[in-house]
Design a protein around this ligand. Structure first.
Ligand code: NAP
Length: 257
């Protein structure tokens, strides 16, 4: 079998990508980046608000766009929306991007708050991977990329539920890859460093935290959501056909310090 030409290795032409949390931040940039690489996009939002704008931006790139909405904390709604989607549409790429953070001491974190973070960041990631992954396994091809975190490796400050969920996302990525690599389905993760989005607004608005974080980043700056696009497109592309169970850190050098 001859190898694809260089440009084709990174092309997603003819594929359809489902991206959760596509309204804002990293998810929005990734959705548009996947469209730039040739994919049609199904943009998953918590509600309809702001989703038309993302779909229009995908269409402006000459790609097809559809919006699906469900609150990822409502696992029955997730199951219903994802089942309906894979029933009628082939999904070649799943990006489990949506996530929430709760900044609270462990000792005062309420169990419902803990549970909500785990539901959105981990349980919904598992459920979507299972439902979309099943159709990929039937076809013998597909790519799943979940957005992890530096707190998949470190403990973090006052974010116990978030840290637990993101450690678990990396474990789940390896577990799914072990089961599915032999069936043509690539499961990987991307761990962003400190990225300027709504998720990190509180940190950036605290001058002391902002400075101490920036001072530890060898690249000398916070990342932008665009910094994640290349890594996600790569892991979804034919170029990553032999990459399984990997978590690609995109952090301006933080973890090496
Ligand atoms: P963001 O702008 O706040 O984006 C989070 C997205 O997730 C939003 O579109 C949000 O939609 C969606 N979302 C949250 N809860 C949801 C729910 N219950 N149901 C459906 N959608 C939901 O922040 P971001 O930084 O781009 O975050 C994207 C991912 O990167 C997250 O998994 C986050 O943990 C991860 N990450 C971020 C950083 C960073 O430094 N920014 C670092 C490491 C990892 P709504 O706004 O409509 O609720």
């Amino acid at each position: 079998m001859s190898a694809p030409a260089h440009a084709e290795r990174f092309s997603l032409a003819g594929r359809t990508a489902l991206v959760t949390g596509a309204r804002s931040g990293i998810g929005r940039c990734v959705a548009l980046g996947l469209a730039d690489a040739g994919a049609d996009v199904v943009a998953w939002g918590r509600t309809e608000a702001g989703m038309d704008e993302v779909a229009d931006a995908v269409r402006a790139r000459g790609r097809g766009a559809e919006v699906v909405t469900a609150d990822l904390a409502d696992l029955d709604a997730v199951r219903a929306a994802a089942s309906e989607l894979v029933e009628r549409r082939r999904i070649d790429v799943l990006v489990n991007n949506a996530g929430m953070i709760l900044r609270e001491d462990a000792v005062t974190t309420s169990f419902p708050d803990w549970q909500r973070v785990l539901d959105v960041n981990l349980d919904a990631t598992f459920l979507l991977s299972q439902l979309v992954g099943a159709s990929m396994l039937t076809r013998g091809s597909g790519s799943i990329v979940s957005i992890a975190s530096l707190l998949s490796f470190q403990g973090g400050v006052r974010v116990p539920a978030y840290t637990a969920s993101k450690h678990a996302v990396v474990g789940l990525t390896k577990a799914l890859a072990n089961e599915w690599a032999g069936s043509g389905v690539n499961v990987n993760a991307v761990a962003p460093g400190y990225i300027a989005t709504d998720n990190t607004r509180a940190l950036r608005e605290d001058p002391e935290r902002e400075q101490s974080i920036r001072g530890r980043i060898p690249a000398g700056r916070w990342g932008g959501p665009d910094d994640l696009v290349g890594a996600v497109v790569f892991l979804c592309s034919p170029a990553a056909a032999y990459v399984h169970g990997h978590t690609l850190v995109v952090d301006g050098g933080w973890m090496g310090r």
